[in-house]
Design a protein around this ligand. Structure first.
Ligand SMILES: Cc1cc2nc3c(=O)[nH]c(=O)nc-3n(C[C@H](O)[C@H](O)[C@H](O)COP(=O)(O)O)c2cc1C
Length: 314
């Protein structure tokens, strides 16, 4: 099927990473993706080190395949979570919302591959110098915290600027997206939103249904004025954020409104006042299916697309 140097680097069959997603990508989803030949990634969010250790233990009960843990660099439990990752010799770590340079030497010492998520050429170059193994270049089409550039503009610029493998993220949910990412010079893709509608994904059914119903223009970006914009499906909460933006409310008001809202959506199913973090590609997702089938569909469509373009497959 489709293989790139990223597969050799990470010991996976296909160049497909399931993005780490706070309150969404638990060990159950990550194990299913890894078992299907991709790289499943546990989203640690702001959970503590005990939670992360339990998740690692759970995934290891289900699969011997490589997996990853995503760490948010602004987590209040950062030091302890990093400690657990090193003790457990987690195969891959991806990082969001910050610069993991400080931890790279220790992580490499225990054999953990380090792959930060970046949204600019400058940060990709800085992290390459610091010794990371690859970068995820994430465009603003994606769900959750976003940068400024689109995937189409960001990926080729990062590819041209660094020598390490680049993984494209943001707005990719099928084989056409995978082929497009490879055409831009990426060695693989990271997919978040599509895997929210995997059977093994443990988010509340209300949220899966909301994604299935979503159309192309149903996401909104909130909090641009705070410097930490988030893309989510439009609901009563995003309207409240709009009001705050209109009256240029102070950052504290945005923070107060956002406390606990991602969990409220993903765990409790609050589709009205929860943060239903989700990418623009939601409009293309029409079915809940096992992670293995999602991956199989992506690969089949990618091969068809390459054949239609007259590209030889390896
Ligand atoms: C609900 C949700 C939660 C997310 N949480 C995180 C996170 O905790 N850490 C992180 O680095 N990225 C996070 N992301 C980004 C994903 O890992 C991935 O890069 C992104 O979803 C890719 O774009 P797509 O949604 O268009 O597939 C999240 C995305 C979503 C949709």
């Amino acid at each position: 099927m489709i293989k790139t140097s990223l597969c050799d680097l990470l010991g996976i069959d296909y160049p497909i990473l399931q993005g780490g997603m706070a309150w969404v990508s638990t060990a159950k989803l990550a194990a299913a993706v890894s078992e299907a030949g991709g790289l499943g990634i546990i989203g640690s969010g702001h959970n503590d080190a005990k939670w992360v250790k339990e998740q690692i233990s759970q995934i290891r009960k289900v699969t011997v395949k490589p997996f990853g843990v995503n760490v948010m660099m602004m987590s209040p439990h950062l030091e302890q979570v990093m400690q657990v990752i090193m003790e457990e010799k987690v195969p891959v770590i991806t990082t969001g919302a910050g610069n993991p340079a400080k931890y790279i030497p220790q992580l490499k010492e225990v054999g953990t591959k380090v792959i930060p998520v970046i949204a600019s050429v400058a940060l990709a170059q800085r992290l390459e110098k610091a010794g990371v193994d690859a970068v995820v270049a994430e465009g603003m089409e994606s769900g959750g915290h976003i940068g400024e550039l689109t995937t189409m503009a960001l990926v080729p610029q990062v590819v041209d600027a660094v020598k390490i493998p680049v993984i494209a993220a943001g707005g990719i949910a099928d084989g056409r997206g995978l082929v497009a990412a490879l055409a831009l010079g990426a060695m693989g893709v990271q997919i978040g939103t599509r895997f929210m509608c995997a059977t093994e994904c443990e988010i509340h059914d209300n949220i899966k249904k909301m994604i299935i119903k979503a159309k192309d223009r149903d996401t909104a970006v909130s909090g641009r004025t705070t410097g930490h914009p988030v893309r989510a499906l439009k609901n009563k909460l995003t309207k409240e954020y709009d009001e705050l933006e209109k009256r240029c409310a102070p950052v504290e008001e945005f923070e107060k409104l956002g406390v606990g809202r991602l969990k409220a959506a993903m765990i409790d199913g609050d589709s009205e006042f929860g943060t239903v973090a989700c990418g623009q590609i939601a409009g293309m997702i029409k079915e809940i299916k096992p992670a293995r089938d999602i991956i199989k569909d992506i690969l089949t469509k990618a091969v068809e697309t390459m054949q239609a373009l007259g590209v030889k497959r390896c």
